[in-house]
Design a protein around this ligand. Structure first.
Ligand code: GCU
Length: 683
C-alpha cells in the first residue's frame, strides 16, 4: 500500500481475541490480523486474550489505544450484556464488522464467522480501504464446499489428481496420507479467506482403501490441519466398499450387514474426526457401483449413509451425475439422450430422502461444457436440498493453459430463472433453500489444486477460485468487481494492471466459447481422451452420449418434446415452451435443443455454418490480442509471474488458431458449404 504510514492512525494498536483456545478459528483470526497488519503496514500489534479491553466502546480517539476485538457474538455479549441490543442477527457463519477510527469489532455468529470477518477486514485494508463503516455479512447458503478429485494412488503416477492441472495431490502419496500436510493447511487458509467451509479431499471415483484404519488416521491428520481455519473435512466413498474392502458378499444397501458395516465406518471416522462434515457419493455413474446394482433406488442408497451419519450430525451429498454410458446408442436411437438421465433417475424420489441428504447436481445436464442450459433437475427437487456443482478446474475449458475467467458463466447460471409456477425461481434461490424453503443446500466447486506453486497450474487461474468463494457467499456479486478485487490483492492496484487483467479476463469466456464450440454445440474437444484440444469428429458415435449429430446437411441434438429426445420438456412450462421451438431458443443454445440444416438462419440473420466460421475467427482473434496486452504490463509485474503468464498467453493465442482451423475445416468438409469470406478451405 503506497503511503501506508498515513494509515497508521486509523489502525488498531492491539488485538484482543475473545475466549480463543489455541488452534481455534478465533485464535487463528488473531494471528491473521497480527500478521496481516504487520505484512501490509509494517505495524506490529500487541495480541492479547483479555476480554476486558474488548468492549469496543469509547476508545476511538485516534490515539494509539484502539483495539481490534475478534470473537463470537456469544462470547462478546457474555461480557458486555448491554451491547446485545446493538448487534444484528447473524446466520450460521455470518459476521458483523464495525470499524471506527481504528476501533475494530469483528464478531462471528460462530468462530468460523469471526475468522471470515477478520479476513474481510484485512482484505479491505490490503485494498487501501481504512474508512469507518459497519457491515453485516451472511452467506447465501450453509454448504460452501470444494471437491478435490485426488487419488490416493493412481497406477504408476502416485498421488495424482483427476482433471487436476496443478501438480500432484497435496493430501495423498503412495496410497496413504502424506506425512507432511503443511500445504494442506495452507489450502485451508486460502479457502477460509474466501468463505469456504469444507473440503472433500478424495476423488469421487473413490478408492475403497480410503477407509482402511491407517488411512482414516491420515484423514484425521488432514482434519487437524484444516480445523484452525474452520474448514471441515468430508470424504468421497466407493459404494462397493463393504464388499471390496470389508469382505462382505454384497454391498446391497438394504442388507443389514452392509448397513452395520457402514455404521462401523461412520463411528470410526467420527471417533477420529468429531467435526467431520460428511460424505460425497458418486453412484451408478460411469461404471461406478451403486444401489441400482441391486435394483434399489438412489434414495435407498443415499439414506443408508444418511442413517449412519445422523447420530454424528453429518450430511451426505449424493451426486445426481447418474447415467449409464453403456446403454447409449446414437445410431439406433434418435431419442437416446444422456441429458435426460438425471431427471429420469431422480423423478419420484423427491419425498423419499432423509433430511441430511443433499443432491449434488452439475450445473448442466451433460458435463461442464462451455455452454449448457442449467440442469432442469433443480426444479424437480422441491423437498430435497440441492447443491450446484461448478468446476474451478478447467476440464473442458482449457485446462489452465487457456485463460478463461469463469465467474461470468457462473453468474448467468446462478441468475437463470426457471419460472417454477410462473414465479421467479433462480438457480441461486433454489440451491440456497430460499425458493423452496429447505435447511440444507448450496455449492460445491471441483477445484483440484495440486503441489504446483501456483496451486492450479497458472497464476491467472486463481481468479476463478477467488470468484467461486465470493460468489457462493454472495451470488449477487459482480464478476468484474470480484476480478478487480482479486487483481489488486494478487498483483497490483496499479490502474493499468487492473485494466489489462480485467479486459483479458472478461473477454476470455466468450472468446473461448467462440473458438471451441458455439451455438450450444458443446466444447468440440476430444471426448475420449483428455478433454483437451479440438476433435469435433469425436463428438459423435462415442459411448458417452456427448453428441452433436452432425451429418452432411444438418447438426444439433433434437431435444424437443414433439420430435426429439424430450429433454426440453423437463423444464417448467414457460421455459420448456421457449426451448421447444428454434424461433424462441436463444442462438447460444440453438444446437443444444435443435437439429437444423447448416443453412438455418439464426436470430442474428447469419446461417449456422457462417456463424461457426465467423465465431471461430472472432474468438481466436481475441486470444491473439492477449500477449500484447500482457506485454504492456512489463515492469509492473514481478518477472517470474510476468514470464509465466506470458508463456501461457502466447501458447493460448497459438492454440486458439489450431482450434479455429480444425473446427472450421471439419465442418467445411462435412457440409461442403463455402465460407462467404473465403477463408476456410480455400487453399
Ligand atoms: C467427468 C470427468 C470425470 C469425472 C466425472 C464426474 O466425466 O471427465 O473425470 O469423474 O465427470 O464428475 O464424476
Amino acid at each position: 500500500i503506497s503511503g501506508a504510514n498515513g494509515f497508521h492512525s486509523k489502525l488498531p494498536s492491539a488485538i484482543v481475541t475473545l475466549n480463543a483456545t489455541e488452534g481455534s478459528p478465533v485464535y487463528t483470526a488473531g494471528q491473521e490480523l497480527s500478521q496481516g497488519i504487520d505484512g501490509i503496514f509494517g505495524k506490529k500489534l500487541a495480541l492479547g486474550t483479555s476480554l476486558a479491553r474488548g468492549n469496543g466502546k469509547g476508545k476511538g480517539n485516534g490515539k494509539d489505544t484502539a483495539t481490534a476485538t475478534v470473537g463470537t457474538v456469544h462470547a462478546y455479549v457474555d461480557s458486555n450484556p448491554n451491547a446485545a441490543a446493538g448487534l444484528p442477527e447473524l446466520d450460521d457463519d455470518g459476521f458483523y464488522l464495525s470499524v471506527s477510527r481504528g476501533e475494530v469489532l469483528i464478531l462471528g455468529q460462530n468462530e468460523r464467522g469471526a475468522l471470515y470477518g477478520a479476513f474481510h477486514y484485512l482484505s479491505l485494508l490490503a485494498q487501501g480501504n481504512c474508512s469507518d463503516f459497519k457491515l453485516t455479512s451472511n452467506p447465501n447458503a450453509p454448504i460452501r464446499w470444494v471437491n478435490q478429485w485426488d487419488n490416493m494412488q493412481d497406477g504408476g503416477t502416485h498421488g495424482s489428481v483427476e482433471r487436476g492441472y496443478g501438480g500432484k495431490s497435496i493430501f495423498f502419496w503412495d496410497g496413504a496420507v502424506r506425512p507432511d500436510l503443511t500445504r494442506a493447511g495452507r489450502y485451508a487458509r486460502i479457502l477460509a479467506s474466501i468463505g469456504i467451509n469444507a473440503v472433500v479431499v478424495n476423488n469421487v471415483n473413490a478408492d475403497p482403501k480410503t477407509l482402511t484404519p491407517a488411512n482414516m488416521d491420515g484423514l484425521a491428520r488432514i482434519a487437524d490441519v484444516f480445523r484452525p481455519y474452520g474448514v471441515q473435512l468430508a470424504v468421497a466413498l466407493n459404494f462397493a466398499s463393504p464388499q471390496t474392502l470389508g469382505g462382505l458378499s454384497t454391498f446391497d444397501p438394504l442388507v443389514p450387514e452392509v448397513v452395520a458395516w457402514w455404521q462401523g465406518i461412520a463411528d470410526e471416522l467420527y471417533k477420529r474426526i468429531p467435526d467431520m462434515a460428511g460424505y460425497l457419493v458418486k453412484a451408478n455413474s460411469e461404471g461406478q457401483p451403486g444401489p441400482m446394482t441391486y435394483n434399489r433406488t438412489l434414495a435407498d442408497g443415499a439414506n443408508m449413509f444418511a442413517h449412519t451419519l445422523k447420530p454424528h450430525g453429518g450430511i451426505i451429498l449424493f451426486r445426481a451425475f447418474v447415467y449409464n454410458s453403456q446403454t447409449l446408442n446414437q445410431t439406433l436411437d434418435w431419442k437416446a439422450d444422456r441429458a435426460n438421465a438425471a431427471v429420469h433417475y431422480f423423478d419420484g424420489l423427491d419425498d423419499k430422502f432423509d433430511d441430511n441428504v443433499v443432491i449434488q447436481v452439475k450445473y448442466g445436464p451433460i458435463d461442464f461444457q462451455v455452454r449448457e442450459p442449467v440442469s432442469p433437475l433443480f426444479t424437480h427437487l422441491v423437498k430435497t436440498g440441492a447443491t450446484i456443482e461448478l468446476q474451478v478446474t478447467q476440464e473442458y475449458l482449457g485446462q489452465q493453459a487457456h485463460l478463461v475467467y469463469l465467474a461470468p458463466m457462473w453468474k448467468e447460471i446462478l441468475d437463470f430463472d426457471f419460472r417454477v409456477d410462473d414465479k421467479r425461481s433462480t438457480t441461486a434461490d433454489i440451491v440456497s433453500g430460499r425458493r423452496f424453503p429447505r435447511k440444507l443446500g448450496g455449492y460445491a466447486g471441483v477445484v483440484n489444486v495440486g503441489t504446483n506453486t501456483t496451486w492450479l497450474g497458472s497464476h491467472l487461474a486463481m481468479s476463478n477460485l477467488y470468484a467461486y468463494g465470493k460468489m457462493v457467499w454472495d451470488p449477487t456479486s459482480d464478476p468484474e468487481a470480484l476480478l478487480r478485487e482479486w487483481t489488486a490483492l494478487t498483483f497490483s492496484a496499479d490502474k493499468k494492471v487492473l485494466d489489462v487483467i480485467t479486459t483479458m479476463s472478461m473477454q476470455s469466456w466468450p472468446a473461448y466459447e467462440n473458438y471451441t464450440g458455439n451455438l450450444g454445440i458443446q466444447t468440440l474437444t476430444d471426448i475420449l481422451l483428455g478433454h483437451y484440444g479440438p476433435n469435433p469428429a469425436s463428438q459423435d458415435g462415442n459411448p458417452w452420449g456427448q453428441w452433436t449429430r452432425a451429418d452432411g446437411f444438418s447438426i444439433g441434438m433434437d431435444r424437443t418434446v414433439w420430435n426429439g429426445t424430450g429433454f426440453a420438456g423437463q423444464y417448467p412450462p414457460a421455459i420448456a415452451a421457449l426451448y421447444e421451438s428454434p424461433a424462441t431458443t436463444p442462438d447460444n443454445l440453438l444446437l443444444w435443443f435443435h437439429h437444423v440444416p447448416y443453412t438455418y438462419r439464426l436470430h442474428s440473420g447469419k446461417t449456422v455454418i457462417q456463424h461457426f466460421y465467423d465465431a471461430h475467427y472472432a474468438g481466436s482473434a481475441v486470444a491473439q490480442t492477449f500477449p500484447a496486452l500482457w506485454r504492456s504490463l512489463k515492469g509492473r509485474i514481478d518477472a517470474e509471474r510476468y514470464e509465466h503468464v506470458l508463456n501461457r498467453l502466447v501458447y493460448q493465442a497459438g492454440h486458439a488458431l489450431v482450434w479455429r482451423d480444425s473446427v472450421n475445416t471439419f465442418y467445411h468438409a462435412k457440409s461442403g458449404i463455402a465460407d462467404e469470406k473465403g477463408r476456410v478451405g480455400s487453399h
